[in-house]
Design a protein around this ligand. Structure first.
Ligand code: SF4
Length: 689
């Protein structure tokens, strides 16, 4: 048995350094690399069981052609040549009739590998197919972080181990990036550090925290602003730091005066005592590390909220201290030259860009989304499952049901999106192809080499791109290279060691110096942190954004016809819809379940295990109730993303989610939804009337 080194490709900031047992063309146990200073030998349970996923009997292993109605899941096997010929012919016919922009290659982060994830853009740019605005996950965070900080980087996440206080704001790393807990645990053991979790429900991380602030969804900015008010009131601001490193200290201080704890308590639903206690903890140490999760950004006011949180260490000057400041993502520390991978040399800004979060609106012909271009008549989908994952699932499904839409899906399993395809292509997993990774949640660059042969006829995303390019006449040097050649050339062009060296070293740590990562020489923009962001420069939907850090009251309000605020938080055993195919994970998760406060449950006549129907103007789903006092009355939490097939009616939780673009630059508002809730039988009775 060999132990082979690689990296986890999944849509998770941890990008763990892995060691995988390989024997006779199969993988066995998967371990975290102990020698990697971030992974530190720890990985999540779902990837530790990865052999179950790789060698799963339900893997797609042959190209398939639809034989029944769209969505019926009726296919017959075909050969690769026929499959690629059919896709190329469909794309050529669509482009000839409607223009190249009627073809939309659609992808996201099913793998985070630079070659196998982003290579689809090379085909797009060479063929001048519609571009994609990658809004669904990070766009709101990007906007909020860039608003003040001006550069997507921050203090080394390993510094959490040296903190006296870690604030996990809007995240649940026990479920979503277990390595964060490793470094928090070190701080608690070595320094007696405290962990505070800010999140609408007592998630698995909050369960083990020293303090949990269960605020109403979408009210995080109010909490941050009130803590700033207290810091100012109690003399914990660093005026010299603000003078040197921020844009408008007097303006901010005047603004904060009118936002005392009772103001924030009314908005957040927290008590004044809770806000004061959190502020006291935050102000008591220079070594306060705020780890920003994605959760609190997934609202219409998420960018404003993230900006407000980043103002806290600026007002108090904590950025300059070891283990002080805030962190969201490390994107800016990797200066990639992705010309070969993505075909950036032939990208044209004149080609239309479509918002991936609004795929339902795009496919159903919303002119505001299509702009001056044609309707989309052909899709090539890699690394994502929009029928389940994208907002407003019913609208997305209506789009996929169009008879004049050709859909090719390249996937590992028969996802809901694949079921609606005309041609399905079987895809490799990360142990069956070569790829290159950089981490968002730490600072390592790694290569994940091919470890075993793929099952059946599976091909990598890069191979599919090459096959289509040959048929479509798409010319670019990147199509003539193997994945490893692309990795090697990209590393060299970007100033990193070549592939051979990186494979030997296993990883390169790209962490910037303390001075750079703590912004000791200034922030992005003009060197100054912006309390007053230029929102208009960040995105077109900036109207109504607060001039200074503030609560923005633009969320979907609880109201008589939709009195609950719904959060669709990530489950522990799934990662979006990846891993839902593993029976072991589904067993641990149970079934689609809504957490509901006991007071709400009593009022609605709901008991533990009751079938509940949740709904709003976009749709309805049936889940089972779990009574839970770790959230405020009026809040519901459904951990997911369960495929729609696990819900009565066959449509998943994202049927309830609006596809509104979040201010100022777009992004999906997964945790900003008002719904009604009833015992399912009661609803059925009303419907029968
Ligand atoms: S914690 Fe994240 S990066 Fe690490 S193994 Fe699990 S999914 Fe992969």
């Amino acid at each position: 048995m060999d132990i082979r080194a690689t990296a986890c490709p999944h849509d998770c900031p941890s990008t763990c350094a892995l060691e995988i047992e390989v024997r006779d063309g199969r993988i066995g146990a998967v371990h975290g690399a102990k020698a990697n200073s971030y992974t530190a030998g720890v990985i999540c349970a779902k990837v530790a069981r990865y052999a179950e996923r790789v060698h799963h009997p339900d893997r797609l292993t042959h190209p398939l052609l639809r034989t029944g109605p769209k969505g019926a899941g009726q296919f017959r096997p075909i050969g690769w040549d026929e499959a690629l010929d059919r896709i190329a012919e469909a794309f050529q016919a669509v482009a000839a009739r409607y223009g190249a922009e009627a073809v939309w290659p659609y992808y996201y982060a099913g793998t985070m590998g630079l070659v196998q994830r982003d290579g689809i853009n090379r085909l797009r740019h060479v063929m001048r197919y519609s571009r994609q605005a990658n809004t669904i996950c990070t766009r709101i965070c990007e906007a909020g972080w860039m608003a003040g900080v001006g550069r997507i980087a921050g203090p080394d996440p390993r510094e959490m181990a040296d903190a006296d206080l870690i604030v996990m704001w809007g995240g649940n790393p026990v479920n979503t990036q277990v390595n964060v807990m490793t470094h928090i645990t070190r701080a608690r053991k070595q320094r007696g550090a405290a962990l505070v979790v800010v999140d609408p429900y007592r998630n698995a991380t909050a369960e083990v925290a020293d303090m949990h602030l269960a605020l109403r969804p979408g009210t995080d900015a109010a909490l941050a602003v009130a803590v700033m008010h207290i810091a100012l009131r109690d003399g914990h601001v660093d005026r010299d730091y603000m003078r040197r490193f921020s844009d408008d200290p007097p303006g901010l201080q005047a603004h904060l005066a009118a936002r005392p704890p009772p103001w924030a308590a009314a908005i957040t639903g927290l008590t004044v005592a809770e806000i004061e206690a959190f502020a006291a903890r935050y102000c008591a140490t220079e070594r306060a590390y705020i780890r920003c999760g994605y959760g609190f950004s997934r609202t219409r006011n998420g960018a404003a909220a993230l900006h407000a949180v980043t103002c806290l260490p600026t007002l108090t000057g904590k950025w300059k201290h070891p283990a002080g400041g805030a962190f969201w993502n490390h994107r800016a520390i990797y200066p990639w030259d992705k010309t070969l991978i993505e075909g950036l040399d032939v990208r044209s800004p004149a080609v239309r860009e479509l918002d991936m979060s609004r795929i339902g609106a795009v496919l159903t012909g919303d002119r505001a989304d299509l702009g001056a271009g044609p309707p989309v008549h052909a899709l090539l989908i890699q690394n994502t499952n929009p029928l389940t994952v994208a907002p407003d699932s019913n609208k997305v499904r209506r789009g996929f049901a169009r008879q004049d839409l050709f859909v090719a899906v390249h996937e590992q399993f028969m996802t809901e999106t694949a079921r609606w395809a005309d041609v399905v292509l079987p895809a490799t997993t990360f142990v069956e192809h070569d790829d290159l990774y950089n981490a968002g949640g730490h600072s390592h660059i790694q290569i994940g080499p091919k470890l075993i042969a793929p099952p059946g006829e599976c091909r990598s995303n890069h191979q599919v791109g090459q096959g289509l390019a040959a048929r479509l006449g798409a010319r670019h040097p990147g199509f003539d290279m193997t994945a490893m050649q692309l990795i090697d050339a990209t590393l060299k062009a970007s100033g990193w060691p070549d592939a051979e060296t990186l494979l030997r070293l296993r990883w390169v740590d790209a962490q910037e110096s303390f001075e750079a990562s703590h912004f000791l020489n200034g922030f992005g923009h003009d060197g100054k942190f912006r309390f007053a962001p230029d929102w208009a420069a960040i995105g077109p939907h900036h109207e109504g954004m607060p001039r200074l850090p503030d609560h923005m009251g633009n969320t979907d309000p609880a109201r008589p016809e939709a009195p609950f605020r719904l959060v669709t938080a990530p489950a522990r055993q799934f990662l979006n819809t990846s891993f839902t195919e593993m029976a072991s994970g589904r067993k641990l998760e149970g079934r689609p379940t809504a957490l509901i406060h006991p007071a709400d449950a009593e009022r609605l006549g709901i008991e533990d295990g009751t079938r509940m129907r949740l709904g709003n103007v976009r749709g309805q789903v049936v889940v089972h109730a779990r009574l839970f006092d770790g959230l405020q009355p009026g809040v519901l939490v459904v951990e997911s993303i369960w495929p729609g097939t696990y819900f009565e009616g066959g449509i998943g939780i994202n049927a309830l989610i609006a596809d509104d673009p979040a201010p100022p630059a777009g992004g999906a508002v997964f945790h900003d939804t008002a719904v009604w809730a009833q015992a399912a039988e009661a609803t059925l009775a009303v419907a029968a009337d």
